[in-house]
Design a protein around this ligand. Structure first.
Ligand code: PTJ
Length: 261
């Protein structure tokens, strides 16, 4: 691994790339994972590599919807586990929900490799003291997070092939699903099943961004951190009548504003 000095202006971005490269060499990622990451980087650049005000509003909405849900679940793919697995675990511990590995390019080897990595990340999170102001026992909350995906026993109706496989305990029975870097078809199929789908996607023009109930146009690590912070800082906030199309056009406006600064 190449040492990146703290003074490097693009340190964060280079570290994320390194995670993707390493995950790829271990066979944990889809062949097209780097293309997806590069597309995300390009949009992040246009957004100023920050959580914009409209993303912050979507983060607030997502937190209140996930809190209100009866059976929330966090669905993760390869890129998400590599870039933000520990953050997903912290969020699941606070929400009291499972994490399901659900892949577009599904192979048994990738599923088990990603679940093993999540188990390792869980041990790290277990050793932490937990977020400030978190009420409850951090160790118990982290231990309670189930890691699902190895034994699919449910199919997402309206989707063909292996990407439709999921577990009944997780995505199958969930009423609200948090899915970073989702594909448009699956997002649409989940919405058609009557589920609330909260997508995290840096591209406000993607099909999944347009299909979702709420889209957080932000980088996955920043979005997870923002939702976690919001859950703890504002526990009484309730969901609004969310207009996702208007939120997406605000995200495009943020790009415009940033480029014309
Ligand atoms: O692990 P698998 O098999 O489920 O495959 C995962 C990928 C990501 C390869 C697959 O779902 C895919 O090809 O995705 P797409 O269609 O390229 O879409 C990825 C979307 O996520 C794009 O709109 C990117 O802009 C966005 N994106 C990429 N990196 C990030 C991101 N959004 C938030 N945070 C990121 N770090």
């Amino acid at each position: 691994m190449v040492e990146i000095p703290d003074s490097h202006p693009r340190k964060k971005s280079l570290l994320s790339r390194q995670k993707i490269v390493e995950g790829s060499s271990k066979g944990l990622l889809a062949d097209s994972a780097m293309i997806a990451h590069g597309r995300g980087e390009a949009f992040d650049y246009l957004l100023g590599e920050r959580t914009t005000e409209s993303a912050r509003e979507a983060i607030r909405e997502s937190a209140s919807r996930l809190r209100e849900a009866n059976r929330p679940v966090i669905s993760v793919n390869g890129n998400t586990v590599l870039l933000a697995g520990k953050k997903a675990l912290r969020l699941a511990a606070v929400l009291g929900c499972p994490i399901e590995v659900n892949l577009y390019y599904r192979t048994p080897e990738r599923i088990s490799g990603l679940l093993t990595l999540l188990e390792e990340q869980k041990l790290v999170v277990l050793g932490e003291s937990g977020p400030e102001r978190f009420e409850g026992n951090w160790g118990d909350s982290v231990r309670a997070v189930s890691l699902l995906g190895s034994s699919p026993d449910f199919r997402i109706e309206g989707l063909e092939g292996p990407r439709s496989h999921c577990t009944e305990e997780g995505i199958g029975a969930a009423d609200s699903i948090l899915v970073p870097l989702e594909d448009g078809d699956r997002c649409e199929a989940l919405v058609n099943l009557g589920k609330e789908v909260i997508v995290i996607d840096l591209n406000p023009l993607s099909r999944s961004a347009k299909m979702a109930t709420v889209t957080v146009v932000d980088e996955v690590s920043r979005a997870f951190e923002g939702i976690l912070h919001e859950l703890i800082a504002n526990p009484n906030r309730v969901p609004t009548e969310w207009d996702n199309a208007s939120a997406l056009s605000s995200s495009l406006g943020e790009i415009n504003k940033f480029l014309n600064k």
